[in-house]
Design a protein around this ligand. Structure first.
Ligand code: PLP
Length: 410
Protein backbone atom coordinates (compact mmCIF):
# COMPACT_ATOMS: atom_id res chain seq x y z
CA UNK A 1 0.00 0.00 0.00
CA UNK A 2 1.44 3.36 -0.87
CA UNK A 3 0.61 6.63 0.87
CA UNK A 4 -1.50 9.30 -0.74
CA UNK A 5 0.48 12.42 -1.37
CA UNK A 6 -0.04 15.23 1.07
CA UNK A 7 1.70 18.16 -0.53
CA UNK A 8 0.66 20.66 2.10
CA UNK A 9 1.03 24.12 0.65
CA UNK A 10 -0.02 27.33 2.31
CA UNK A 11 -0.65 30.06 -0.23
CA UNK A 12 1.72 28.31 -2.62
CA UNK A 13 4.48 27.78 -0.02
CA UNK A 14 5.29 24.22 0.96
CA UNK A 15 5.56 23.30 4.62
CA UNK A 16 8.90 21.57 3.99
CA UNK A 17 10.38 24.76 2.61
CA UNK A 18 9.19 26.63 5.72
CA UNK A 19 10.81 23.99 7.93
CA UNK A 20 14.04 24.27 5.88
CA UNK A 21 14.06 28.04 6.31
CA UNK A 22 13.03 28.35 9.97
CA UNK A 23 14.09 24.99 11.42
CA UNK A 24 12.09 22.61 13.62
CA UNK A 25 10.10 22.37 15.74
CA UNK A 26 8.06 25.19 14.28
CA UNK A 27 4.41 26.26 14.42
CA UNK A 28 3.11 27.56 11.09
CA UNK A 29 -0.19 29.40 10.62
CA UNK A 30 -2.16 30.10 7.49
CA UNK A 31 -3.52 33.65 7.84
CA UNK A 32 -5.92 33.15 4.95
CA UNK A 33 -7.59 30.27 6.73
CA UNK A 34 -8.17 32.43 9.80
CA UNK A 35 -9.63 35.20 7.64
CA UNK A 36 -11.92 32.72 5.86
CA UNK A 37 -13.15 31.24 9.16
CA UNK A 38 -14.04 34.74 10.36
CA UNK A 39 -15.84 35.37 7.08
CA UNK A 40 -17.88 32.19 7.39
CA UNK A 41 -19.12 33.25 10.83
CA UNK A 42 -19.95 36.73 9.57
CA UNK A 43 -21.93 35.16 6.73
CA UNK A 44 -23.73 32.64 8.96
CA UNK A 45 -24.89 35.38 11.32
CA UNK A 46 -25.58 37.99 8.64
CA UNK A 47 -29.10 38.75 9.86
CA UNK A 48 -28.03 39.92 13.34
CA UNK A 49 -25.60 42.59 14.56
CA UNK A 50 -22.80 40.07 15.18
CA UNK A 51 -19.64 40.81 17.15
CA UNK A 52 -16.95 38.16 17.21
CA UNK A 53 -14.83 38.26 20.35
CA UNK A 54 -11.96 35.93 19.45
CA UNK A 55 -10.89 33.84 22.47
CA UNK A 56 -7.31 35.09 22.74
CA UNK A 57 -6.26 32.13 24.86
CA UNK A 58 -6.40 29.82 21.84
CA UNK A 59 -3.45 31.54 20.14
CA UNK A 60 -2.27 34.88 21.39
CA UNK A 61 0.51 35.86 19.03
CA UNK A 62 0.23 39.58 18.24
CA UNK A 63 0.33 38.93 14.49
CA UNK A 64 -2.70 36.62 14.79
CA UNK A 65 -4.54 39.19 16.90
CA UNK A 66 -3.82 41.79 14.24
CA UNK A 67 -5.52 39.57 11.66
CA UNK A 68 -8.64 39.49 13.85
CA UNK A 69 -8.47 43.26 14.23
CA UNK A 70 -8.06 43.68 10.49
CA UNK A 71 -11.25 41.67 9.98
CA UNK A 72 -13.05 44.23 12.13
CA UNK A 73 -13.66 41.96 15.11
CA UNK A 74 -12.86 42.07 18.84
CA UNK A 75 -11.39 39.80 21.49
CA UNK A 76 -12.14 38.00 24.71
CA UNK A 77 -9.29 38.00 27.23
CA UNK A 78 -9.10 35.91 30.39
CA UNK A 79 -6.14 37.54 32.11
CA UNK A 80 -4.67 41.00 32.51
CA UNK A 81 -1.73 39.79 30.44
CA UNK A 82 -4.01 38.81 27.56
CA UNK A 83 -5.63 42.25 27.78
CA UNK A 84 -2.20 43.89 27.48
CA UNK A 85 -1.24 41.70 24.51
CA UNK A 86 -4.53 42.58 22.79
CA UNK A 87 -3.82 46.25 23.35
CA UNK A 88 -0.34 45.84 21.90
CA UNK A 89 -2.01 44.33 18.84
CA UNK A 90 -4.03 47.53 18.48
CA UNK A 91 -7.35 46.70 20.10
CA UNK A 92 -9.06 49.56 21.91
CA UNK A 93 -10.23 48.80 25.44
CA UNK A 94 -13.81 48.97 24.18
CA UNK A 95 -13.13 46.04 21.82
CA UNK A 96 -11.95 43.75 24.61
CA UNK A 97 -14.15 41.65 26.88
CA UNK A 98 -12.45 40.46 30.08
CA UNK A 99 -13.72 37.09 31.30
CA UNK A 100 -11.70 36.19 34.39
CA UNK A 101 -12.27 33.09 36.47
CA UNK A 102 -11.66 33.40 40.19
CA UNK A 103 -8.99 36.12 39.93
CA UNK A 104 -7.84 38.50 42.61
CA UNK A 105 -9.90 41.70 42.65
CA UNK A 106 -6.73 43.73 42.11
CA UNK A 107 -6.55 42.26 38.62
CA UNK A 108 -10.17 43.19 37.96
CA UNK A 109 -9.35 46.76 39.03
CA UNK A 110 -6.41 46.89 36.64
CA UNK A 111 -8.70 45.85 33.79
CA UNK A 112 -11.27 48.48 34.74
CA UNK A 113 -8.53 51.12 34.93
CA UNK A 114 -7.52 50.19 31.39
CA UNK A 115 -11.14 50.78 30.36
CA UNK A 116 -11.99 47.13 29.69
CA UNK A 117 -15.41 45.69 30.51
CA UNK A 118 -15.52 42.89 33.05
CA UNK A 119 -17.55 39.72 32.79
CA UNK A 120 -18.56 39.01 36.41
CA UNK A 121 -18.16 35.33 37.18
CA UNK A 122 -19.31 34.98 40.81
CA UNK A 123 -21.66 36.55 43.34
CA UNK A 124 -18.74 37.63 45.57
CA UNK A 125 -17.12 39.35 42.57
CA UNK A 126 -20.42 41.10 41.81
CA UNK A 127 -20.53 42.32 45.42
CA UNK A 128 -16.93 43.53 45.36
CA UNK A 129 -17.39 45.17 41.97
CA UNK A 130 -20.62 46.83 43.13
CA UNK A 131 -19.13 48.15 46.35
CA UNK A 132 -16.20 49.76 44.48
CA UNK A 133 -17.81 50.91 41.22
CA UNK A 134 -21.56 50.98 41.86
CA UNK A 135 -23.22 51.91 38.58
CA UNK A 136 -20.24 53.81 37.16
CA UNK A 137 -18.80 50.96 35.06
CA UNK A 138 -20.84 48.83 32.71
CA UNK A 139 -20.41 45.09 33.25
CA UNK A 140 -21.48 41.73 31.94
CA UNK A 141 -22.59 38.69 33.97
CA UNK A 142 -21.46 35.16 33.17
CA UNK A 143 -24.36 32.78 33.68
CA UNK A 144 -23.89 29.06 34.19
CA UNK A 145 -26.86 27.68 32.23
CA UNK A 146 -26.54 24.10 33.55
CA UNK A 147 -26.12 22.54 30.15
CA UNK A 148 -23.84 19.54 29.74
CA UNK A 149 -22.01 20.10 26.48
CA UNK A 150 -18.55 19.82 24.97
CA UNK A 151 -16.22 17.16 23.68
CA UNK A 152 -15.14 15.83 27.09
CA UNK A 153 -15.35 16.55 30.81
CA UNK A 154 -12.27 18.80 30.85
CA UNK A 155 -13.77 21.17 28.32
CA UNK A 156 -17.37 21.20 29.59
CA UNK A 157 -17.88 24.48 31.37
CA UNK A 158 -21.62 25.09 31.61
CA UNK A 159 -22.86 22.19 33.72
CA UNK A 160 -24.06 22.32 37.31
CA UNK A 161 -20.77 21.14 38.80
CA UNK A 162 -18.59 23.49 36.77
CA UNK A 163 -16.69 26.30 38.50
CA UNK A 164 -17.62 28.77 35.77
CA UNK A 165 -20.26 31.47 35.87
CA UNK A 166 -23.11 32.07 38.28
CA UNK A 167 -25.78 29.39 38.41
CA UNK A 168 -28.97 30.29 36.61
CA UNK A 169 -30.69 28.95 39.72
CA UNK A 170 -29.11 31.85 41.59
CA UNK A 171 -30.77 34.45 39.38
CA UNK A 172 -32.72 35.91 42.35
CA UNK A 173 -29.39 36.45 44.18
CA UNK A 174 -27.89 38.03 41.07
CA UNK A 175 -30.83 40.42 40.81
CA UNK A 176 -30.53 41.30 44.49
CA UNK A 177 -26.87 42.33 44.09
CA UNK A 178 -27.68 44.27 40.91
CA UNK A 179 -30.39 46.14 42.80
CA UNK A 180 -28.25 46.72 45.89
CA UNK A 181 -25.48 48.47 43.94
CA UNK A 182 -27.57 49.68 40.98
CA UNK A 183 -25.16 47.76 38.73
CA UNK A 184 -25.22 48.71 35.07
CA UNK A 185 -25.46 45.29 33.43
CA UNK A 186 -25.06 45.66 29.67
CA UNK A 187 -24.45 42.02 28.74
CA UNK A 188 -25.20 38.44 29.72
CA UNK A 189 -22.79 35.67 28.81
CA UNK A 190 -22.61 31.89 28.65
CA UNK A 191 -19.88 29.54 27.46
CA UNK A 192 -20.93 25.93 27.79
CA UNK A 193 -17.81 24.19 26.51
CA UNK A 194 -15.60 23.34 23.54
CA UNK A 195 -16.15 20.95 20.63
CA UNK A 196 -19.93 21.44 20.61
CA UNK A 197 -21.38 19.91 17.48
CA UNK A 198 -25.05 20.48 17.86
CA UNK A 199 -26.92 23.68 16.98
CA UNK A 200 -29.53 22.69 19.58
CA UNK A 201 -27.01 23.23 22.39
CA UNK A 202 -26.50 26.84 21.30
CA UNK A 203 -30.27 27.28 21.10
CA UNK A 204 -30.76 25.83 24.58
CA UNK A 205 -28.11 28.20 25.90
CA UNK A 206 -29.85 31.02 24.07
CA UNK A 207 -33.16 30.22 25.74
CA UNK A 208 -31.52 30.46 29.15
CA UNK A 209 -30.06 33.83 28.17
CA UNK A 210 -33.36 35.09 26.72
CA UNK A 211 -35.34 34.20 29.85
CA UNK A 212 -32.77 35.78 32.15
CA UNK A 213 -32.37 38.85 29.94
CA UNK A 214 -35.93 40.02 30.54
CA UNK A 215 -34.79 40.96 34.06
CA UNK A 216 -32.10 43.35 32.80
CA UNK A 217 -33.37 46.55 31.16
CA UNK A 218 -29.99 48.03 30.08
CA UNK A 219 -28.65 45.21 27.94
CA UNK A 220 -26.61 45.95 24.82
CA UNK A 221 -25.59 42.38 23.94
CA UNK A 222 -25.98 38.69 24.65
CA UNK A 223 -22.81 36.60 24.44
CA UNK A 224 -23.18 32.95 23.40
CA UNK A 225 -19.52 32.06 24.07
CA UNK A 226 -17.39 29.85 21.82
CA UNK A 227 -17.10 26.10 21.45
CA UNK A 228 -17.73 25.39 17.75
CA UNK A 229 -16.22 22.04 16.79
CA UNK A 230 -13.78 21.65 13.92
CA UNK A 231 -12.89 18.45 12.04
CA UNK A 232 -9.74 16.69 13.22
CA UNK A 233 -9.56 14.09 10.47
CA UNK A 234 -11.19 13.22 7.18
CA UNK A 235 -14.85 12.44 7.72
CA UNK A 236 -14.89 13.97 11.21
CA UNK A 237 -18.01 16.04 11.86
CA UNK A 238 -17.77 19.75 12.54
CA UNK A 239 -20.33 22.24 13.77
CA UNK A 240 -22.61 23.27 10.94
CA UNK A 241 -21.97 26.99 11.30
CA UNK A 242 -24.58 27.94 8.72
CA UNK A 243 -27.22 25.98 10.68
CA UNK A 244 -26.15 27.46 14.03
CA UNK A 245 -26.13 30.94 12.48
CA UNK A 246 -29.57 30.58 10.94
CA UNK A 247 -31.26 29.00 13.96
CA UNK A 248 -29.63 31.12 16.66
CA UNK A 249 -30.11 34.34 14.68
CA UNK A 250 -33.82 33.62 14.15
CA UNK A 251 -34.35 32.90 17.85
CA UNK A 252 -32.29 35.98 18.75
CA UNK A 253 -34.26 38.27 16.44
CA UNK A 254 -37.52 36.98 17.95
CA UNK A 255 -36.15 37.63 21.40
CA UNK A 256 -35.09 41.19 20.51
CA UNK A 257 -38.64 41.96 19.42
CA UNK A 258 -39.92 40.73 22.75
CA UNK A 259 -37.20 42.66 24.59
CA UNK A 260 -38.12 45.77 22.63
CA UNK A 261 -34.62 46.59 21.50
CA UNK A 262 -32.11 45.38 18.92
CA UNK A 263 -29.18 43.91 20.83
CA UNK A 264 -25.80 42.74 19.55
CA UNK A 265 -25.12 39.01 19.39
CA UNK A 266 -21.61 38.15 20.57
CA UNK A 267 -19.73 34.90 20.10
CA UNK A 268 -16.27 33.95 21.34
CA UNK A 269 -14.75 31.35 19.02
CA UNK A 270 -11.21 30.23 19.71
CA UNK A 271 -10.66 26.85 18.09
CA UNK A 272 -12.96 27.60 15.16
CA UNK A 273 -10.84 30.55 14.07
CA UNK A 274 -7.36 29.16 14.48
CA UNK A 275 -7.25 25.37 14.91
CA UNK A 276 -7.15 24.39 11.25
CA UNK A 277 -4.86 27.27 10.35
CA UNK A 278 -2.04 25.77 12.41
CA UNK A 279 0.62 23.13 11.73
CA UNK A 280 3.38 21.89 14.01
CA UNK A 281 6.36 20.63 12.02
CA UNK A 282 8.82 18.40 13.81
CA UNK A 283 11.79 16.24 12.86
CA UNK A 284 12.12 12.54 13.48
CA UNK A 285 15.05 11.92 15.85
CA UNK A 286 14.80 8.16 16.02
CA UNK A 287 12.78 5.25 14.67
CA UNK A 288 12.74 2.63 17.38
CA UNK A 289 11.25 -0.83 16.94
CA UNK A 290 10.19 -2.83 19.98
CA UNK A 291 8.70 -6.33 19.84
CA UNK A 292 5.23 -4.74 19.61
CA UNK A 293 5.45 -1.15 18.45
CA UNK A 294 7.49 1.04 16.16
CA UNK A 295 8.00 4.41 17.80
CA UNK A 296 9.01 7.58 16.00
CA UNK A 297 10.69 9.91 18.49
CA UNK A 298 10.51 13.57 17.43
CA UNK A 299 12.14 16.83 18.47
CA UNK A 300 9.00 17.96 20.33
CA UNK A 301 6.61 16.63 22.91
CA UNK A 302 3.84 17.47 25.33
CA UNK A 303 5.79 20.59 26.22
CA UNK A 304 4.87 21.94 22.77
CA UNK A 305 1.55 20.21 22.09
CA UNK A 306 -0.16 19.02 25.23
CA UNK A 307 -3.61 18.39 23.73
CA UNK A 308 -3.15 14.66 22.96
CA UNK A 309 -2.08 13.90 26.55
CA UNK A 310 -4.37 16.43 28.23
CA UNK A 311 -7.57 15.97 26.25
CA UNK A 312 -6.95 12.76 24.27
CA UNK A 313 -7.07 15.10 21.28
CA UNK A 314 -6.46 13.69 17.82
CA UNK A 315 -4.02 15.46 15.51
CA UNK A 316 -3.58 14.09 12.02
CA UNK A 317 0.09 13.55 11.23
CA UNK A 318 1.89 13.22 7.89
CA UNK A 319 5.38 12.49 6.76
CA UNK A 320 6.38 15.49 4.66
CA UNK A 321 9.73 14.04 3.64
CA UNK A 322 8.50 10.76 2.17
CA UNK A 323 4.88 11.39 1.19
CA UNK A 324 4.74 8.50 -1.30
CA UNK A 325 6.31 5.94 1.06
CA UNK A 326 4.68 2.69 2.01
CA UNK A 327 2.24 3.04 4.89
CA UNK A 328 3.42 1.55 8.18
CA UNK A 329 2.00 1.71 11.73
CA UNK A 330 3.72 3.98 14.24
CA UNK A 331 3.32 5.64 17.60
CA UNK A 332 4.72 9.18 17.32
CA UNK A 333 6.17 10.18 20.67
CA UNK A 334 7.93 13.19 22.14
CA UNK A 335 11.31 13.60 23.80
CA UNK A 336 9.89 14.28 27.27
CA UNK A 337 10.85 12.04 30.19
CA UNK A 338 7.37 10.69 30.65
CA UNK A 339 4.81 9.14 28.35
CA UNK A 340 4.05 11.83 25.79
CA UNK A 341 2.35 10.13 22.91
CA UNK A 342 1.49 12.65 20.23
CA UNK A 343 -0.15 10.21 17.83
CA UNK A 344 -0.96 6.55 18.54
CA UNK A 345 -1.33 3.69 16.08
CA UNK A 346 -1.09 5.78 12.94
CA UNK A 347 -0.36 4.64 9.45
CA UNK A 348 2.36 6.94 8.18
CA UNK A 349 4.38 6.86 5.01
CA UNK A 350 7.59 5.04 6.00
CA UNK A 351 9.50 7.25 8.44
CA UNK A 352 13.28 7.48 8.62
CA UNK A 353 15.50 9.43 10.97
CA UNK A 354 15.57 13.07 9.86
CA UNK A 355 12.14 13.04 8.19
CA UNK A 356 9.88 16.02 8.72
CA UNK A 357 6.46 15.20 10.20
CA UNK A 358 3.58 17.62 10.46
CA UNK A 359 0.74 17.69 12.98
CA UNK A 360 -2.42 19.31 11.71
CA UNK A 361 -5.04 21.31 13.63
CA UNK A 362 -2.28 22.68 15.81
CA UNK A 363 -3.29 26.35 15.77
CA UNK A 364 -5.53 26.36 18.82
CA UNK A 365 -4.21 25.62 22.31
CA UNK A 366 -0.87 24.53 20.83
CA UNK A 367 1.81 27.09 21.56
CA UNK A 368 -0.52 28.90 23.96
CA UNK A 369 -0.47 25.85 26.26
CA UNK A 370 3.22 25.10 25.74
CA UNK A 371 5.77 25.04 28.54
CA UNK A 372 9.46 24.69 29.27
CA UNK A 373 9.00 21.29 30.92
CA UNK A 374 12.24 19.29 30.92
CA UNK A 375 13.94 22.68 30.42
CA UNK A 376 13.13 22.47 26.74
CA UNK A 377 12.82 25.53 24.56
CA UNK A 378 9.60 26.63 22.89
CA UNK A 379 9.37 26.46 19.09
CA UNK A 380 9.39 29.34 16.65
CA UNK A 381 6.13 30.56 15.06
CA UNK A 382 5.69 31.51 11.42
CA UNK A 383 2.70 33.18 9.76
CA UNK A 384 1.95 32.77 6.08
CA UNK A 385 0.12 35.89 4.98
CA UNK A 386 -0.23 37.48 1.58
CA UNK A 387 1.94 34.78 0.06
CA UNK A 388 4.88 35.33 2.44
CA UNK A 389 6.12 33.19 5.31
CA UNK A 390 7.30 35.42 8.15
CA UNK A 391 8.71 34.71 11.57
CA UNK A 392 6.27 35.92 14.26
CA UNK A 393 8.02 34.46 17.29
CA UNK A 394 11.67 33.60 17.60
CA UNK A 395 12.62 30.14 18.71
CA UNK A 396 13.57 30.29 22.40
CA UNK A 397 17.23 30.14 23.32
CA UNK A 398 18.94 28.89 26.45
CA UNK A 399 19.15 32.45 27.83
CA UNK A 400 15.34 32.75 27.67
CA UNK A 401 15.10 29.73 29.92
CA UNK A 402 17.26 31.06 32.72
CA UNK A 403 16.52 34.80 32.33
CA UNK A 404 14.42 35.04 35.50
CA UNK A 405 16.38 32.64 37.63
CA UNK A 406 18.24 34.38 40.44
CA UNK A 407 21.56 32.87 41.33
CA UNK A 408 22.41 32.77 45.01
CA UNK A 409 25.47 31.51 46.87
CA UNK A 410 24.89 28.07 48.30
N1 PLP B 1 -14.93 31.81 25.74
C1 PLP B 1 -14.58 31.35 26.94
C2 PLP B 1 -15.03 32.07 28.17
C3 PLP B 1 -13.78 30.20 27.06
O1 PLP B 1 -13.42 29.75 28.26
C4 PLP B 1 -13.33 29.55 25.88
C5 PLP B 1 -12.47 28.35 25.93
O2 PLP B 1 -12.11 27.81 26.91
C6 PLP B 1 -13.71 30.08 24.64
C7 PLP B 1 -14.52 31.21 24.60
C8 PLP B 1 -13.27 29.46 23.34
O3 PLP B 1 -13.66 28.16 23.20
P1 PLP B 1 -13.36 27.41 21.82
O4 PLP B 1 -11.90 27.50 21.57
O5 PLP B 1 -13.82 26.02 22.03
O6 PLP B 1 -14.15 28.12 20.78
Amino acid sequence: MSAPQHPIQLQGISLDSIAQEFGTPVYVYDGEKIASQIKSLQTAFATVPLKIKYATKALSNIAILKLVKKAGEGVDAVSIEEIKICMLAGFAASEIMYTPSGVNFREVQQAVELGVMVNLDSLPLMEEFGSVYGNTKPACIRINPHIMAGGNAKISTGHIQSKFGISIQQLPDILEVVKKYQLKIVGLHIHTGSDILDAEIFLRGGNVLFDAALNFPDLKFLDFGGGFKVAYKAGDPSTDIAEVGTKVSAAFNDFCEKYGQKLELWIEPGKFLVSESGYLIVESNVVKKTPQITFVGVDSGLNHLIRPMMYDAFHDVYNLSNPEGELQPYHVVGYICETDTLAKDRLLAKVSKGDLLVFKNAGAYGISMSSNYNSRLRPAEVLVWEGKAQLIRKREEFDDLIRNQVEIDI
